[in-house]
Write a protein that binds this ligand. Structure first.
Ligand SMILES: *Cc1c(COP(=O)(O)O)cnc(C)c1O
Length: 380
C-alpha cells in the first residue's frame, strides 16, 4: 500500500464486529474476561482498542515494528528516557525542543543521567561526544526554530557502529516528509499535537520502534508509567492523520510561495528554510526529505519591530505551536524559547528578533496580503 492509502487504510481502520469505517471510541477502563488470561484487552492503561488502532497506524506510517500513543509528546519523550539508568550518558542535538531541553536539564540530570549537547550536523562532533557509558544519540531534524538539517542516515550509522540507540524527534517533518526508521534510526517520537493531529484541537505523543524487541521495552514502560493517550483523543488523532497527505501538500506549496516572497522582501534580512538553495543544508534536505516542510523562520532588517509585525497580522494567528491548519506565527525569544537563557539562545543563533512561521493551509493570496499589510505598517 502506498503512503497516501495507508493514511486511510493502514493500521486498524475499521471495526471487525460492526464494520464501522471509523474505529469506535472504546470508553472502557476494563474488559470482561471469559477465561483468566485469555483476553485480548484487560485494562485500558495496558491496552485499549481505539488507542491500538492509532498505534498500529503510526507504526505502519513510519515503517516500524511497534507504535505507542501517549498523553503528549512530552510524555512520549519522558517515557523513552526511562529506557536509561543513572550513570548512563546520552548525546543530544543542540537545537532540541525547549521542553525536551527542560526535561533533560532539570529532571533527568537530577536522576543521574548525563548529557553532551552537540550540533548533530557535525558528524565528527557526534563521534567525539561518545563515551564508554553512552547509550543513545537523540536529535531533531529539521530543528526548531532554525530548521537545521541533520543527516539521519549518517548519525544512525554512527549510533549503530557504537551499539547506541538513535532516537529522532520527527515532529517538524511528519512521516509524509521523512521516515527516520527507513534511514536507520531505532526510535521515532512525535508530538502528535502538531502535524499529525493537525487541527490544533489535541495534545498527543507517538513513538515507533524499529524492532519488536525495542517495542516490548517501550510497551512495558508505557504500561508501567501510564502516560497513555485516552480513547477520545486516540480517535481524534486517527481522524486527523487521515488527511495528513492533503494537508502537507497544501502546507508545503504555501510555504514555498511564502519563502520566495520573504526572500525577495526588502524588509527581511534573513530567511531560514530547508528549501532555500543557498542554505548549506539544502542538498541534504533534498535527499532526505520529501519536500521541505512548512516551517519558515526569518529576521527583519535591523531596527524593525518584530513584535509589532506579528501583532499586526490579521489572518496569520499569533500563537505558540505549529503544524496546524491555521498559519501560526511567534517570536521564539519571547515565547517558545523564552525559558532558554539569553546567552545560550544567542549562541545557538536564535536572535531576539527572529520570527517563526508555521504556514497553514489558508488561501495563499490571503496569507501574502496579510504579510503585505503588516510590512506596510512597519514602514510608516
Ligand atoms: C511540541 C513539541 C514537543 C512536545 O510535545 P507536546 O505534545 O507539546 O508535549 C516535542 N518536540 C517537538 C519538536 C515539538 O514541537
Amino acid at each position: 500500500m502506498k503512503f497516501n492509502t495507508q493514511l486511510i487504510h493502514g493500521g486498524i481502520s475499521f471495526d471487525e464486529t460492526t464494520g464501522d469505517v471509523s474505529v469506535p471510541i472504546h470508553m472502557a477502563s476494563t474488559f470482561k474476561q471469559h477465561k483468566i488470561g485469555e483476553s485480548k484487552y484487560e485494562y485500558s492503561r495496558s491496552g485499549n482498542p481505539t488507542r491500538e488502532a492509532v498505534e498500529k497506524l503510526i507504526a505502519d506510517l513510519e515503517e516500524g515494528a511497534s507504535g505507542f500513543a501517549f498523553a503528549s509528546g512530552s510524555a512520549a519523550i519522558s517515557t523513552i528516557f526511562t529506557l536509561f539508568s543513572s550513570g548512563d550518558h546520552i548525546v543530544v542535538g543542540n537545537d532540541v525542543y525547549g521542553g525536551t531541553f527542560r526535561l533533560i536539564d532539570s529532571v533527568l540530570k537530577r536522576q543521574g543521567l548525563t548529557f553532551t549537547i552537540v550540533d548533530t550536523r557535525d558528524l565528527e562532533a557526534v563521534e567525539n561526544a561518545i563515551q564508554n557509558n553512552t547509550k543513545a544519540i537523540y536529535f531533531e531534524t529539521p530543528t526548531n526554530p532554525l530548521l537545521r538539517i541533520t543527516d539521519i542516515q549518517a548519525v544512525a550509522k554512527i549510533a549503530a557502529d557504537h551499539h547506541l540507540l538513535s532516537i529522532v524527534d520527527n515532529t517538524f517533518a511528519s512521516p509524509y516528509i521523512q521516515k527516520p526508521i527507513v534511514l536507520g534510526a531505532d526510535i521515532v517520537v512525535h508530538s502528535a499535537s502538531k502535524y499529525l493531529g493537525g487541527h490544533s484541537d489535541l495534545i498527543a505523543g507517538l513513538v515507533v520502534t524499529k524492532t519488536a524487541e525495542l517495542g516490548q521495552k517501550i510497551g512495558y514502560l508505557q504500561n508501567a508509567i501510564g502516560a497513555i493517550l485516552a480513547p477520545q483523543e486516540s480517535w481524534l488523532l486517527q481522524r486527523g492523520i487521515k488527511t495528513l497527505a492533503l494537508r502537507m501538500q497544501r502546507h508545503q506549496s504555501n510555504a514555498q510561495t511564502i519563502f520566495d516572497y520573504l526572500n525577495a522582501h526588502p524588509q527581511v534580512a534573513r530567511v531560514y528554510f530547508p528549501g532555500d538553495p543557498n542554505n548549506s543544508d539544502y542538498a541534504l534536505a533534498k535527499k532526505q526529505m520529501h519536500g521541505f516542510g512548512a516551517m519558515i523562520s526569518f529576521e527583519l532588517q535591523a531596527g524593525l519591530n518584530a513584535e509589532a509585525f506579528v501583532e499586526n497580522l490579521k489572518v496569520i494567528t499569533l500563537a505558540e505551536s505549529l503544524g496546524a491548519l491555521e498559519s501560526l506565527i511567534e517570536v521564539p525569544a519571547k515565547m517558545t524559547h523564552g525559558a532558554i537563557p539569553r546567552d545560550v539562545r544567542i549562541a545557538t543563533g536564535i536572535q531576539d528578533e527572529l520570527i517563526r512561521l508555521s504556514v497553514g493551509i489558508e488561501d495563499i493570496d490571503d496569507l501574502i496580503a496579510d504579510l503585505d499589510q503588516s510590512f506596510d505598517q512597519l514602514s510608516h
